[in-house]
Ligand binder design. Structure first.
Ligand SMILES: [Zn+2]
Length: 434
């Protein structure tokens, strides 16, 4: 097997810069060496955010010469990071235009994992760098299981999925993890979660990093669902998006200008504990009349206990709704209506282009969405004609959260020195049959 001097030189160049100076200092430019790395990072950023792309388009978007793009992409292809996609024209003939083919991440360039957990379930999703699913796994956990047990279950599930995909942790470049609570992405600590929840006060990023030995990124589970919906679901192509999860909790994720808005401490989007009635019932958060007490699934089940029985679940509620049970439909409609009233205020403040509604309650469909939309139309001041309210494509919940975790980790590929090192240090020479 022949590995060119150019390739060896290019590899040591990337390693030296990343290890000694870091990705971000390379971006700030300076020496010629940094400029080359900076251009490489910009090329990779484009493929992460826009998908497969022609060299000419890269040159146009980045404002650098075709010659430079050709040099950079050749090195990245030799490294096994990028591959050319063979394009087919109508009629099925393969185009032999090597200079014109689109470039994408190689399926062998490494994997990304996302995982998300709620009180009773953990989901894991492993993808390649183009977002194609490699493997996924899920497991039920006890609502009262402590953090240690949850972390062990998450690691076990991830390793199982990696094995199913034919790989192991060495193939992982990074992991994005979603947990309920207000999570500061800077320190990785789960702040603000209700004090009786198992992840309260945990430095989840540090703990999971220690257990997994790969770069770990942490965010709120619903914020990750919003990212997944924006990248792969009903929020694609929308610059100002509001994602609302209606489930046992009620929370939101805001993407402004295509970027997730986290707030100063990771707390932006906690709709459920907004008081809509200061004289209302006491909430476990210490407030009174929180939205979740009127529209969360425990409130819905409580109101339907006389109709469906005290042990009914949301699956029973959804089945009764599908069967046309009017009393069930009335309770679901009221939940949609009350959430819509608060969203009308949010529309006045933030003026989103589209609201995507996910979570278990949204699975009831029009019976929830129609009154929610009517409330917004009635109470919002902002021009509502352009506002779209749609049900999520991905359904919400930990499956969507795991997809969002993978998307979040992928978005860190060229800004995290640890992830970038894993990308360029991968022993990909085996696939370099030059
Ligand atoms: Zn509350």
């Amino acid at each position: 097997m022949y590995v060119s001097r150019l390739f060896t030189h290019s590899l040591s160049f990337l390693r030296t810069v990343v290890h000694n100076e870091g990705v971000n200092s390379a971006r700030s430019g300076g020496s010629l060496r940094n400029l080359r790395l900076s251009n490489s990072l910009h090329v990779l950023d484009l493929v992460v955010s826009q998908g497969p792309m022609h060299r000419a388009e890269m040159a146009r978007r980045l404002g650098i010469s075709r010659t430079t793009i050709t040099t950079i992409t050749r090195e990245l292809m030799e490294r096994g990071v990028l591959v050319e996609l063979s394009e087919r024209v109508e009629g099925g003939d393969e185009v032999d235009g090597r200079a014109g083919d689109q470039l994408a991440f190689s399926p062998d360039a490494g994997w990304i994992a996302g995982m998300s957990q709620v009180l009773d379930r953990i989901c894991v999703r492993i993808t390649d760098l183009m977002g194609n699913e490699v493997a996924s796994a899920e497991a039920a956990i006890g609502a009262k299981d402590d953090w240690q047990l949850r972390a062990e279950a998450a690691v076990y599930l991830l390793d199982r999925a990696l094995k199913e995909g034919g790989g192991d942790r060495d193939d992982l470049l990074g992991v994005g993890i979603g947990l309920p609570g207000q999570i500061n992405p800077v320190d990785g600590i789960v702040h603000g979660a209700l004090a009786d929840q198992p992840w309260h006060g945990i430095n989840a990023r540090q703990e999971m990093n220690r257990r997994l030995g790969v770069p770990v990124f942490i965010d709120n589970n619903v914020r990750l669902e919003a990212i997944a919906e924006a990248k792969w679901g009903a929020g694609q192509g929308i610059r100002d998006l509001m994602y609302v999860s209606m489930s046992s909790g009620i929370a939101a994720g805001f993407l402004f200008g295509g970027e997730l808005y986290r707030g100063s401490g990771g707390g932006a989007g906690e709709l459920g504990h907004t008081s809509i009635d200061v004289n209302g019932p006491a909430c476990r958060c210490g407030n009174h009349g929180c939205l979740v007490l009127f529209a969360g699934t425990p409130a819905i089940l409580n109101r339907l206990a006389a109709t469906l029985g005290p042990d009914a679940t949301m699956d029973d509620v959804l089945a009764a709704n599908a069967a046309g049970d009017r009393s069930v439909q009335n309770v679901l409609s009221e939940a949609g209506s009350v959430v819509g009233r608060l969203l009308a205020s949010m529309c006045n403040l933030l003026n989103p282009q589209r609201i995507v509604v996910g979570g278990q309650t949204s699975l009831a469909g029009a019976v929830v969405l129609d009154p929610l939309r009517e409330s917004i139309n009635r109470y919002a001041l902002t021009p509502s004609a352009a506002l779209e309210v749609v049900v999520s494509d991905l359904g919400g919940g930990p499956e969507a959260g795991a997809a969002g975790g993978a998307a979040m980790a992928l978005s860190m590929l060229t800004t995290s020195p640890e992830m970038f090192s894993r990308l360029v240090d991968r022993p990909a020479a085996g696939s370099l049959g030059v």
